[in-house]
Design a protein around this ligand. Structure first.
Ligand code: GLY
Length: 274
């Protein structure tokens, strides 16, 4: 998003004249710039009922303080502290219910996850994007809090029985920190050995999800993509979850590992970078 008129016209020139994105640059849509905090509100629908999941927040930029290139997400936490129950009710009423109704009206029998990416502005929540899938890394932060069986939820969405399901959540907040490989997002380096995953997993209330890993010919776990591991921790409070997640991150190392140190709050002591 441009910070000045010059940045805006430079970007338009790059897209429309120099065709940085090919023919996609034939048409440009200029939208209102929204200010506020971003939240991800995910819901499961069976096409009739909607089960709204606790709100999450992710951190899309590669570097601390929201600098650097955009990524798929370098970390997330759940629940987001930016959103209260009144706003959640408003999002359900003004965003999710009309979306499911519109799908129905258009003859689309949609059953699955709805992901609304929202900006909380002074004028209320505004939709930035919709996805028909879980978010990554929001999903990891959500799943460690889900005490009910995720498969039963999915099945209920398929069989239109979501209104009969009781969902139980762990009341404790969760924090997910992404460990990315050297060169991510432009050119992630693959094949780098990873150490310390078991040490991290040995910690109570810590889960390490594999995203971009593989085993090499010697059976060692190595990097195999951009976002390599997700280290997720639960804690009695958000700062406690965060502290625990970073403690687990400090146990893992691989060459060129990229990790933000300000997920879910202020910058913390820089985790190990091998
Ligand atoms: N974390 C953003 C996404 O999954 O689209």
């Amino acid at each position: 998003m441009p910070e000045s008129t010059k940045e805006a016209s430079d970007a338009i020139r790059l897209i429309m004249d120099e065709r940085a994105f090919g023919d996609a640059g034939k048409k440009v849509i200029v939208e209102e710039r929204l200010q506020g905090r971003e939240v991800s509100v995910l819901a499961i629908t069976d096409g009739r009922s909607i089960l709204v999941l606790p709100p999450c927040q992710d951190h899309k930029r590669l570097l601390d303080d929201d600098r650097g290139p955009n990524t798929g997400g370098m970390g997330a936490f759940c629940p987001s502290d930016a959103i209260d129950e009144t706003t959640m009710a408003r999002i359900e009423r003004e965003v999710l219910v009309p979306t499911v109704d519109a799908l129905k009206r258009d003859g689309i029998d949609y059953r699955g996850v709805l992901y609304a990416g929202l900006m909380l502005t002074h004028a209320g929540p505004k939709v930035l994007e919709f996805n028909v899938r879980f978010g990554d890394p929001e999903c990891q932060a959500l799943m460690v809090r889900l005490r009910s069986d995720a498969i039963e939820l999915m099945l209920a969405a398929c069989t239109r029985t979501l209104d009969k399901v009781d969902v139980e959540w762990d009341p404790r907040p969760s924090v997910c920190i992404v460990l990315a490989s050297d060169g991510y997002p432009a050119k992630p380096r693959k094949g780098t050995p990873i150490h310390g995953i078991e040490d991290a997993e040995a910690m109570e209330d810590v889960t390490v999800f594999h995203a971009g890993t593989a085993r090499n010919a010697d059976g060692d776990i190595v990097t195999a993509g951009g976002r390599v591991l997700n280290v997720v921790a639960l804690g009695d409070t958000l700062p406690a979850a965060r502290e625990r997640a970073y403690e687990a991150v400090r146990r893992i190392r691989f060459e060129g590992m990229q990790v933000r140190s300000d997920i879910a709050g202020q910058t913390v002591a820089t985790p190990n970078r091998a």
